[in-house]
Design a protein around this ligand. Structure first.
Ligand code: TXE
Length: 468
């Protein structure tokens, strides 16, 4: 029985909706469907709790530590729920929960120095960061717990209270974590609601929250921004990406293939910052395609509960259809599948890890975010041209450059338009202490580190004359 958490109490929905196990394609649980009245109750409970929660930073740090301990102790119970609703292998589900613990402890321990600008014979001026109030947090289905915790941990530490809504594809683990954390937090500080859309739109239009923190698609992000404009809610958007990996001509395909492969296929490619397209020099193209294809053919795809599974199914039917459609389009346009290229013949949303060669810009799978286990490798002749193509499009989330010559790689990295650029690895910058956010239409604002916490605050200037 999964329940919402409102004002510290477990609350069933007026109705329920089905949650599907992507490894079978069949429903396996029911989640509560939040009514508009229940959403009001959650918002009001968060607003009431904020009055005291905002006052005591030490108490908040202690509460975050208790929350981390509670998740750590419950990880063996929570991981199978995450695998059942999301599809990822159990070991990845455990890692995701371990990450939530790291994020909570990071924010509990983060030292925030006072920012005193002036304290002399003429006067005193200090910059104070004040919590905003209630935060509406909306998360997607690829990393339900990681992405919820990127919002919950800094928002609570800064002194806000939270109403979080997971994706209707993956509501269960977040609901379970919401119930669990009531042992660590005062009532109303963290509320979890679940429901089918338009619950998300109702949250962004609701008058109580002062901030929306959203992770999801760029299309929905635009709608969230429009809704926030009405009463000028603060906004952080972490949106899609079409992240390029640019291989330089001195790279060794065999040496980089493992890291490049996992940079693209981790979580079955369903990562906002996964490698989504590879630009390889003509001379290395065939060797790199083959090195990646060898790995794609040998990786073990199975239900997340199966021993030794490295990749699970895609999370949901629309995403499965989208990836299948993009690959089919590319093959019709003349691309060659060096590995994969088709669904796996079994129930559930399983798709063969796919490496595509012989295609260029102007193909949908190169120009759009595929968000799945299919990677196009594009040959280039001229590096400047490759960089220009890597920068083309509306996204700018992450990018990587691959070369044993680190200085040269750094020069190319400096040309790339992305919030994070890494060298000889993809996505190394995802850490609690580094800012994560997209350039261009990949997002607005950043999460993580002190910068992420500051996004849950307004500045206040406190001034007075010098003490007599
Ligand atoms: O995302 P949505 P979907 C990309 C990926 C995928 C596509 C669609 O390319 O194919 O998005 O996935 C809630 N106001 N990413 O449809 O719609 C919704 O209930 C407020 C990239 O799942 O963006 C869910 O909780 N909220 C991404 C959340 O928004 C609304 C991760 C995300 O759903 C809403 C996932 C509204 N009007 C998908 N409509 C990444 N950057 O990591 C829906 N929601």
């Amino acid at each position: 029985m999964y329940q919402m958490t409102i004002g510290g109490s477990p609350v069933p929905g007026a109705g329920t909706f089905e949650v599907i196990d992507p490894a079978t394609g069949e429903p396996f649980a029911q989640a509560p469907d939040c009514t508009p009245d229940q959403l009001d109750q959650a918002m009001n409970a968060a607003a009431a709790a904020w009055r005291t929660w905002r006052r005591d930073d030490d108490a908040r740090r202690e509460a975050l530590r208790r929350a981390a301990d509670a998740i750590e102790a419950a990880a063996d119970r929570l991981a199978p729920i995450l695998t059942a609703e999301q599809g990822k292998p159990l070991k990845d589900a455990r890692n995701e929960l371990a990450g939530a613990v790291v994020w909570l402890r990071y924010y509990a321990d983060l030292e925030l120095p006072r920012e005193i600008v002036q304290d002399d014979a003429r006067g005193y001026a200090e910059i104070v960061r004040r919590p905003l109030g209630v935060v509406a947090a909306i998360t997607p289905w690829n990393f339900p717990i990681t992405l919820a915790m990127w919002k919950i941990a800094p928002a609570l530490r800064a002194g806000n209270t939270v109403v979080v809504k997971p994706s209707p594809y993956t509501p269960l683990t977040t609901l379970a974590v919401g119930e669990l954390l009531q042992q660590a937090l005062p009532p109303g500080v963290l509320n979890v609601v679940s429901g089918r859309d338009p619950l998300g739109a109702r949250m962004t239009a609701h008058p109580v929250p002062r901030k929306i923190s959203f992770t999801g698609s760029t299309a929905t992000g635009r709608r969230v921004a429009a809704a926030a404009a009405d009463d000028l809610k603060r906004l952080t958007l972490e949106l899609g990406g079409n992240d390029p990996a640019v291989i330089l001509d001195d790279a060794d395909p065999e040496q980089i293939a493992d890291r490049l492969f996992w940079g693209a296929f981790g979580n079955n490619g369903q990562i906002c910052l996964a490698v989504k397209r590879v630009y390889a020099p003509e001379r290395l193209h065939d060797d790199l395609v083959e090195a990646l294809a060898v790995r794609a053919r040998s990786v073990r795809v199975d239900a997340g509960t199966a021993e030794g599974a490295q990749l699970g199914p895609l999370n949901n039917r629309p995403q499965f259809d989208r990836v299948a459609g993009l690959v089919a389009d590319a093959l019709r346009d003349g691309a060659v599948a060096a590995a994969g290229g088709a669904p796996i013949d079994r129930p559930g949303y399983f798709y063969q890890p796919t490496i595509l060669a012989g295609l260029g810009d102007g193909t949908r799978i190169v120009d759009e975010e595929q968000f799945g286990p299919a990677l196009p490798v594009i040959a280039y002749r001229d590096l400047d041209d490759a960089v220009e193509r890597a920068n083309a499009g509306d996204y700018g989330l992450t990018a990587s450059v691959w070369s044993p010559d680190l200085d040269r790689a750094a020069q190319v990295a400096a040309e790339l338009e992305a919030g994070q650029v890494s060298v000889n690895v993809h996505g190394l910058g995802v850490r609690p202490d580094l800012p994560f956010g997209g350039h261009k239409q990949s997002g607005l604002g950043v999460e993580n580190g002190p910068w992420g916490l500051y996004g849950f605050t307004d500045l206040q200037v406190l001034t007075r004359p010098a003490k007599p």
